[in-house]
Ligand binder design. Sequence first.
Ligand SMILES: Nc1ncnc2c1ncn2[C@@H]1O[C@H](COP(=O)(O)OP(=O)(O)O)[C@@H](O)[C@H]1O
Ligand SMILES: [Mg+2]
Length: 247
Amino acid sequence: MLEIKDLHKQFGEQKILKGINLHVEQGERHAIIGPNGAGKSTLFNVITGKYAPTHGKVIYKGHDISGMHPHRITRRGLGRSFQIINVFGDMTVYQNIRSGVLARNGVFFNFTSYLDGMKAIEEESRRIIESISLSDQMDTPASEMAYGAQRALEIGLSLTTNPDLLLLDEPGAGTSKSETKHTVELIRKVTQNKTLIIVEHDMDVVFALADRISVLYYGEIILTDVPQKIKENKKVKEIYLGEATCE
Ligand SMILES: Nc1ncnc2c1ncn2[C@@H]1O[C@H](COP(=O)(O)OP(=O)(O)O)[C@@H](O)[C@H]1O
Ligand SMILES: [Mg+2]
């Protein structure tokens, strides 16, 4: 599904990604962990076309998408959410999702009539809202919802492009421990039959979801393995887990 080859990203003199190699299988749920500033969001920004790589390649479904315009990458089936909540606070859940469906897919639909088009967009919006379990808050302005619900809406927005590969950047950020179970269930549900790459700080979310985990440490992936092996790894404990779990 995704193959990253010797990927480098540099901002001015600052080398942020220093030769990333990563292989993600179709249907896999892959987590990327690592300390703050390690380059996780930058990696997402290069994969999704926000930034062109300084060197190296991003191969998606067998095609080289390195440096391609974000809209073209989205159209090929790669969707993402953002670390910072990106929803429109004044708009309701329905308005947010509908505008996402309209803006991102509208021009690609091939409708027999305008009314058919509007109906299809409405149905698709309702289907997405149902999948993120926000049907009962459909007419609530986003800013009036609990933070966890806003994060769910952010995930909903990333689904409006109907992605095959979904990149979620810290979907649990800012949510409370008690919401973790809900976050995990939601992500598992919306990524059925999809491939997922998730950056997440909450280790409970990571270990509950991931088939494999990669550890990004200052611009380099130092290890990729199954969760149990990551948990047991001495170096990982030293550089990351010890700090994150405050043991
Ligand atoms: N557009 C940019 N211009 C300059 N530096 C950047 C830019 N984006 C990220 N960085 C730097 O790259 C480093 C890694 O950031 P980031 O990828 O956000 O880390 P993480 O998501 O792992 O916390 C940071 O030092 C950050 O300041
Ligand atoms: Mg980040």
